[in-house]
Write a protein that binds this ligand. Structure first.
Ligand code: AMO
Length: 463
């Protein structure tokens, strides 16, 4: 007999079905055993009555929460008064003719059935595969899946191509510390894991791709916060022959349609999304990611906004100049000469952020495609000619072979899903997240490696 999912079984009153899944809760009412069976589509009440076979009655006595079982039986309407309006399957149940245990389960370290008493974070992350069994987390996994699938369909329909870029690459100036990977075949050399595919996507524009996107993992070795993980996912977008307005219009349309498709109970505070300049945002709200909700206590309100006209440069703690976004962002300067003549701290940039309920959910810019202007930006940032050559030579070289004007943006998927799901930590929307200090408690990463591995990589650990 073919296995039927619980959701498929609900309308099949009168038919015999074979269900497989986990024992959610079990109640023993004398001679009758009731239990709820759980699979990825929902819950179903199963009744093992006293006229079931002896083997089935024995199996029903033996099962415990989280046992994996198979149940064959007829779907029938529940007795009046016994319905459970909270469950989609609350008006039916399955009368078990046969029950078999497929796999027994030890008592889990925390309850799956009832998440009200949330277990300690460490325990949940150590047993993440059990934590993920909670209905709340299953719903989040589904929501995230829908966000990803909707996004792919939306962009594909508009001529965007998804292109994968390397994970083993070279350090890029995104502002955080890099994760490094020693190169066995090149003693003393290291790959850097991408903080973002920024330079690759710009090189794809030189390659004639014109409309690129990628749902891509990025790595940043920085202190974690509730909205930050060391590895996170971006929807990375780049377009050729566009201006700021084209990028913002695309993102606005994507998010308006995405929200109505995957989170229809949410209400957008304002469409078109309000736009404010960085200077306005700072003056009116004292932050570059203002929370523009009209009813902040309303969990269903989403206040998207664009913040534009960021400054190009900022003074870093050590007194040197840094790029507010990244050096590839186009300054609002007429020429390389004009940039060099200006006070760098007064130069604005073609940079935009996308904010939602007080969180930065995307950042992007129009890029400098004029090699002379790009060179002037690097000089303003204090890079020596040799540094520029070593770090960005490939990009400057590429720009000598016919480069289209281009720009893009990168929404953070985790933050968006967190806000759509009403969660307060992006850990909740990542299947296997890391702790605040960057550990994966389930697999025990990072971990020591043996000496032979280190020798092969030409590395020695200094105690
Ligand atoms: P940026 O550095 O602004 O831009 O990053 C884009 C978006 O990625 C998300 N994000 C994070 N999410 C979770 N954990 C983190 N540690 C983390 N860091 C960033 C945020 C942020 O808005 N290459 C440029 C984009 C471009 O110019 O096109 C970039 O990476 O939502």
């Amino acid at each position: 007999m073919r296995r039927t999912f619980i959701a498929e079984a609900i309308p099949q009153v009168g038919s015999e079905v074979l269900l497989k899944g986990w024992v959610h809760v079990r109640r023993n009412l004398g001679k009758v055993v009731f239990f709820e069976l759980r699979d990825m589509t929902g819950l179903m009440q199963v009744v093992v009555s006293s006229d079931a076979t002896a083997a089935t009655r024995a199996a029903a006595q033996a099962i415990r929460p989280e046992y994996v079982v198979a149940v064959r039986g007829v779907v029938r309407a529940r007795k009046p008064g016994a319905e459970n309006p909270k469950l989609p399957s609350g008006h039916v149940e399955v009368a078990a003719a046969e029950l078999n245990t497929i796999s027994a389960a030890e008592t889990p370290p925390f309850e799956i059935e009832n998440e009200d008493h949330r277990a300690a974070e460490e325990l949940r992350l150590t047993y993440r595969y059990l934590d993920l069994r909670h209905e709340r987390l299953q719903r989040i996994l589904t929501l995230r899946h829908e966000v990803l699938q909707f996004t792919r369909r939306f962009l594909s329909a508009r001529g965007f191509r998804e292109v994968e870029t390397p994970v083993l690459g070279k350090s890029t100036p995104e502002g955080a510390r890099d994760y490094l990977v020693p190169a066995r075949a090149q003693p003393g050399k290291f790959y850097a894991l991408p903080q973002s595919p920024q330079q690759y996507k710009q090189l794809l524009m030189v390659a004639g791709v014109e409309r690129y996107f990628q749902i891509v993992r990025c790595f940043r070795d920085e202190d974690t916060r509730a909205d930050r993980q060391p590895e996170f996912t971006q929807l990375d977008i780049e377009m050729s022959f566009v201006e700021e307005e084209d990028v913002l219009a695309l993102v606005e349309q994507l998010y308006v349609e995405l929200v109505s498709a995957v989170a229809p109970t949410k209400r957008l505070s304002q469409v078109p999304f309000p736009r404010l300049t960085y200077a306005d945002a700072m003056r009116r709200y004292g932050t570059d990611k203002p929370d523009l909700r009209q009813h902040p206590s309303d969990p269903n309100e989403l206040a998207f906004a664009f913040v534009t006209h960021f400054p190009m440069f900022e003074r870093k703690e050590d007194g040197s100049l840094g790029a507010v976004h990244h050096p590839f962002t186009k300054p609002r300067a007429a020429s390389a000469a004009a940039l060099k003549a200006a006070d760098p701290l007064n130069v604005l940039a073609h940079q935009y952020d996308f904010v939602l309920n007080g969180y930065e959910v995307a950042g992007g810019s129009i890029r400098t495609h004029d090699p002379a202007l790009l060179q002037a930006v690097f000089e303003t940032l204090g890079y020596s000619a040799a540094d520029v050559r070593a770090q960005f030579g490939h990009l400057l070289d590429a720009f000598r072979y016919g480069v289209p004007p281009h720009g893009g943006i990168a929404p953070g998927i985790d933050r968006l899903v967190m806000l759509l799901a009403g969660e307060e930590n992006i850990r909740e929307v990542i299947a296997f997240p890391k702790t605040a200090d960057g550990r994966d408690l389930m697999v025990g990463a990072p971990a020591a490696v043996d000496d032979a591995q280190l020798r092969e990589l030409h590395l020695r650990v200094v105690p």
